[in-house]
Design a protein around this ligand. Structure first.
Ligand SMILES: CC(C)(COP(=O)(O)OP(=O)(O)OC[C@H]1O[C@@H](n2cnc3c(N)ncnc32)[C@H](O)[C@@H]1OP(=O)(O)O)[C@@H](O)C(=O)NCCC(=O)NCCS
Length: 171
């Protein structure tokens, strides 16, 4: 499916049947992807895990997973474990809506603060996180084992649900 053929995108919790497509997006997006078994573990074993997908329906009715996200709940905090959008569907608002949907649901479950790590060079992702109010609160030097790149720890200190609703609905 081409991005312009995506008639409708639904944001819903990930199920086991999604895992092969989710893993394909992960592999296409990261130099250190998770093994496919990690997604299955998150869905079946890890009670703290909340995994989401963006599920596109094309003009001819075909369906395709075009985005994925996993976060972990730790009492009133959430840690974003991974988020990626299929390379053919980037920068059309899917990542933003996926993140807003997952964080709104996390807020319903009592989450107030959110943390994530992002590569220092990943400026596109950092721009998205800043739209949500995330700020850099720490640096983890040489965090990534493939190239020794630093991780920026970004924190959203207080979720504002109305702001997430706005981002979820933004064109
Ligand atoms: C980061 C990522 C998930 C964003 O998802 P996306 O669907 O492409 O992003 P959106 O279309 O929702 O854009 C949200 C904001 O992100 C920023 N952004 C995203 N892609 C961008 C690009 N190519 N150029 C500049 N800014 C970009 C912009 O601020 C954008 O807001 P705008 O549309 O008002 O300019 C996606 O680019 C991706 O999968 N990247 C590879 C994996 C990755 O880096 N994940 C994050 C790990 S921490």
């Amino acid at each position: 499916m081409e991005a312009k053929a995506a008639r409708e995108v639904q944001y819903r919790r990930m199920v086991l049947e999604d895992v092969p497509q989710v893993h394909a997006i992960d592999t296409a997006s990261f130099s250190l992807p998770w093994p496919e078994s990690s997604f299955r573990y998150e869905l079946t074993e890890n009670k703290a895990s909340r995994c989401w997908v963006a599920d596109a329906t094309g003009t001819n009715g075909e369906k395709q997973i075009v985005g994925m996200l996993c976060l972990w709940l730790i009492i009133d905090e959430a840690h974003i474990g991974t988020i990626a959008v299929h390379p053919d569907f980037r920068h059309v608002g899917i990542g933003k809506r996926l993140l807003a949907t997952a964080l709104l649901e996390a807020h319903h479950e009592g989450v107030r603060q959110v943390y994530l790590e992002v590569r220092r060079g990943n400026v596109n992702a950092q721009k998205m996180y800043r739209q949500f109010g995330f700020e850099v609160t720490n640096v983890r030097p040489h965090y990534y084992s493939d190239n020794g790149e630093d991780a920026l720890l970004m924190t959203l200190v207080a979720i504002v649900p109305g702001e997430l609703e706005r981002l979820r609905k933004e064109p």
